[in-house]
Design a protein around this ligand. Structure first.
Ligand SMILES: [Zn+2]
Length: 212
């Protein structure tokens, strides 16, 4: 799963200031529904330089730049100069709300991108650092932390393999290992470099299987 970060090309009153230290990621919700442009206008009315969040993640998984990766934002008082602030669109406090998968996955992806740049930063909720309910009592904080911690690619030594025996077909292998013969194409896709014709399997070939 890859995402791309969109740049809405917001104009700031003054030049943005680069962070010199980065020690954490702070998660927020918008506590409503707003476009990045609307948040930007609102925060400018606060007298700020512009949108305070470094990034905003929308319901559909679109990630938009606010201040951007390397700049000091305005999202968590006393911690702005050392943290990256991510806000998710929506309200996760006033009524039970489940984060859409697309938004959740994009958020996890974005946190990984930030950690790839700055190391394994701790993931804070805004309310860990300040007296606020943000990002809301229904924000899936622990799921996000777990999602970020889950390895992207399992270690190579555990790649599941099937060694082709006489009479095997991709269909029969898929039925045995994946539960449904119709999933044979998943196995074929993984092994296109060693299987030229899906109807002709060479006995003794070690086929890689999808992780279940
Ligand atoms: Zn917040």
């Amino acid at each position: 799963m890859t995402h791309r970060i969109q740049n809405p090309k917001l104009s700031f009153r003054e030049a943005k200031v680069r962070r010199t230290i980065t020690q954490g990621i702070v998660l927020h919700h918008i506590a409503g529904q707003m476009s990045v442009q609307q948040i930007h206008e609102l925060h400018r009315k606060n007298g700020w330089n512009g949108i305070g969040y470094n990034f905003v993640v929308d319901f559909d998984g679109t990630i938009r730049e606010g201040r951007g990766m390397n700049f000091i934002g305005a999202h968590t008082q006393a911690h702005n100069a050392r943290t990256v602030g991510i806000a998710v669109n929506g309200c996760y406090h006033t009524q039970r709300t489940y984060m859409p998968d697309a938004q959740f996955n994009a958020l996890v992806w974005l946190i990984r991108e930030i950690r790839a740049e700055y190391g394994n930063l701790p993931i804070h909720a805004h309310h860990d650092l300040a007296p606020t309910t943000c990002p809301g009592r229904y924000f899936p904080l622990e799921d996000v932390r777990k999602g970020v911690a889950r390895p992207l690619v399992p270690p190579k030594t555990t790649i599941p393999l099937h060694t082709v025996k006489e009479g095997d077909t991709l269909w029969s292998i898929a039925r045995t290992h994946l539960g449904r013969g119709a999933l044979w194409h998943d196995i074929f896709d993984l092994n296109r470099d060693i299987v030229d014709d899906p109807d002709v399997l060479v006995v003794g070939t070690a086929l890689q299987l999808p992780y279940s």
